[in-house]
Design a protein around this ligand. Structure first.
Ligand SMILES: Nc1nc2c(ncn2[C@@H]2O[C@H](COP(=O)(O)OP(=O)(O)OP(=O)(O)O)[C@@H](O)[C@H]2O)c(=O)[nH]1
Ligand SMILES: [Mg+2]
Length: 244
């Protein structure tokens, strides 16, 4: 039987303080699971690209690729680059691991195990399944997350505890026909991508994960968050009442 072709994709924008640790952290766990790695530098203004270029060229690791976007394409725009690459190269699974290093590397293996066990279209690394994990998030973020999780469960008719996490694995065979072009290029991607995918296959699962909020991790600005949250609210209602 053919082995699964797995791609771990790392979106990065101004992550010069973490990207080297992400590079070595992912390389290390390749001894336990065979996967390729795609770094997508979203036109960082710091030294992210230079650091990555040096790592990718000098370390000569097999199956590691770096793409630099021609301009900043937004958070969602970078995801589209990864999806197009993964579909074109016929990967079976796509995993997102953020360049600001917010998730324990070994949990990549848990995401893969879970999707193999369940056959879901997406497995989310949920940050909110236990009190201890929720307490890692800034208070206002945890509060907003809780509210939107309730809205989403009701409006999208889903069971998973959160869909806003950036730590996910997709089963690409289960989501053929995914309309990337219907998704926004900014943080609204997080919501749009799930809606587009559940139209094709609504089998979603999750694993608990302890997200790390550390001095080098990045987050959306308040303005971006407000825009995204308002959108998510109305998008969920639109789905519920119009089923679109
Ligand atoms: N802000 C931002 N991040 C981007 C962009 N393109 C790629 N990224 C990367 O996308 C990843 C997630 O973005 P974050 O802003 O940290 O958002 P998040 O992790 O979902 O939010 P938190 O849970 O609050 O940390 C990070 O690794 C960023 O470096 C971009 O255009 N803007
Ligand atoms: Mg972050």
């Amino acid at each position: 039987m053919r082995k699964d072709k797995i791609l771990v994709f790392v979106p990065g924008y101004n992550v010069e303080n973490t990207i080297e640790r992400v590079f070595f952290g992912l390389i290390k766990i390749r001894s336990k699971l065979n996967f390729d790695i795609l770094f997508v530098d979203n036109r960082s203004e710091d030294n992210t690209f230079e650091k990555l270029k040096e790592l990718v060229e000098n370390r000569k690791q097999k199956g590691v690729k770096l793409i630099r976007n021609p301009k900043n394409l937004g958070y969602g725009g970078s995801q589209k680059v990864a999806f197009r690459h993964a579909f074109r190269k016929r990967y079976d699974y796509l995993i997102e691991y953020d360049g600001d290093m917010q998730y324990p590397f070994l949990e990549v293996l848990s995401l893969y195990e879970k999707i193999k066990e369940t056959g879901s279209s997406i497995v989310f690394g949920s940050r909110v399944t236990t009190k201890e994990n929720i307490s890692q998030m800034p208070f206002w973020k945890a509060f907003g997350n809780k509210f939107f999780n309730m809205v989403n469960k009701w409006a999208l008719n889903i069971k998973v505890s959160e869909i806003h996490t950036g730590f996910r694995i997709y089963n690409l065979k289960n989501i053929k026909g995914f309309h990337l072009e219907n998704c926004h290029n900014d943080y609204r991607w997080t919501m749009d991508s799930v809606i587009e995918i559940i139209k094709i296959n609504n089998h979603l699962s999750e694993i608990p994960v302890k997200a790390l909020y550390h001095k080098d991790s990045s987050s959306p600005s308040f303005k971006q968050l407000f825009k995204t949250m308002s959108y998510m609210f109305f998008r969920a209602l639109k789905y519920k009442f119009l089923r679109i």
